[in-house]
Design a protein around this ligand. Structure first.
Ligand code: APR
Length: 320
């Protein structure tokens, strides 16, 4: 059986980390693509030369031609520009929409059977546009945000409770932006929901609220520290988990920006919801019941995404 092929569109900070992780985990052969000449070639060669040391077998190569991604099983898209301090993810919309149009065309022509994971921001709008530009089935195009946002939430919770991150599970839904919705009721430590832990005196509601806010601001906190770009280690790890779920048909239940066609009462929009990812791509959307403030938060998040889609349609008439 031949190895799977993973194509990375964008070989910048996240792209390089994706390639390294895909190699270390032996997920398949990796092709890195970028418009910058030499970058995908140099990074792939560098990572390949680490393989005898770490003991992984995987062919890595770099290209500036879309033909190089032909036959990919998974395509992970990070092409575009990242945030600088003071910018919101939405500020990237105009530039990155044009990039999605080129990337969508490349995928449509050379890798129409792939499972596509989009990371480029503003995420919910870019993944929606990428699906339209590529014409791939909606269940085969997904956005990475929820795994990352949930991992940030889990990190802060594990720190607060002084327990292993492995025993903290969390769900962050909604759009990947200021309106994201960390769901405390569905987040647990060793199976115990967070509201119960407040009652048990493990933490206070005030501290929990601060952690929720820090999760929402998680990306901006890192942009503010790095000053020259945005987070890349955790975003790459999150996308690799989703790619692995597809390649190994693991049927993982993960939060992801998925295409809704009636679920949650929403039509033709990508937003973060729990999904099952297996060999069929997004095999199922888990339609959990949202209550009170959860529903309000989700609704305002959906409205924010709707505003971004309207902005996309105004820029590119083919999306109307
Ligand atoms: N086609 C292919 N690659 C492109 C294109 C294009 N049209 N335009 C830009 N790129 C490449 C750049 O040359 C660069 O190598 O995309 C890469 C982006 O890498 P970085 O600038 O290092 O950004 P990164 O931190 O990897 O983030 C990428 O993911 O999280 C989001 O907000 C983030 O939108 C940003 C994306």
């Amino acid at each position: 059986m031949s190895r799977s092929k993973i194509a990375l569109i964008g070989s910048g900070q996240i792209g390089g980390t994706l390639a390294h992780l895909a190699g270390l985990k032996e997920l398949g052969d990796v092709v890195m693509f970028d418009i910058a000449e030499g970058t995908p070639q140099g990074k792939s060669l560098d990572i390949m030369q680490s393989s005898p040391i770490d003991g992984f077998d995987c062919a890595l190569s770099g290209t500036n031609e879309y033909a190089g991604i032909a036959g990919a099983d998974v395509v992970i898209v990070t092409a575009g520009v990242p945030r600088k301090p003071g910018m919101s993810r939405d500020d990237l919309l105009g530039i990155n929409l044009k990039v999605m149009s080129q990337v969508g065309e490349g995928i449509k022509t050379h890798a129409p059977d792939a499972f596509v994971i989009c990371i480029t921001n503003p995420l919910d709008a870019m993944v929606w546009a990428l699906q339209k530009f590529s014409g791939l089935p909606e269940n085969m195009v997904v956005g990475m945000a929820g795994v990352l946002d949930s991992a940030r939430f889990r990190t802060f919770l594990a720190e607060e409770f002084n327990v292993s991150v492995e025993d903290v599970s969390a769900f962050v839904l909604g759009g990947h932006g200021d309106t994201m919705v960390p769901l405390t009721r569905y987040s647990t430590v060793g199976g115990i929901p967070l509201p119960d832990l407040v009652k048990m005196g493990w933490t206070t509601q005030e501290k929990l609220d601060q952690i929720v806010q820090r999760t929402r601001d998680g990306g901006a906190e890192i942009v503010g520290l790095l000053k020259t770009g945005s987070a890349f280690y955790a975003p790459a790890a999150a996308a690799i988990q989703m790619a692995e779920a597809f390649l190994k048909d693991k049927k993982r239940v993960l939060p992801a920006a998925a295409h809704l066609s009636g679920q949650f009462g929403i039509d033709d929009l990508y937003v973060g919801v729990p999904v099952v990812i297996g060999a069929g791509g997004v095999e199922r959307i888990v339609e959990i019941e949202l209550q009170g403030t959860e529903k309000d938060g989700f609704d305002s998040s959906v409205n924010a995404v709707r505003g971004l889609l309207e902005a996309c349609r105004n820029i590119d008439a083919s999306l109307a």
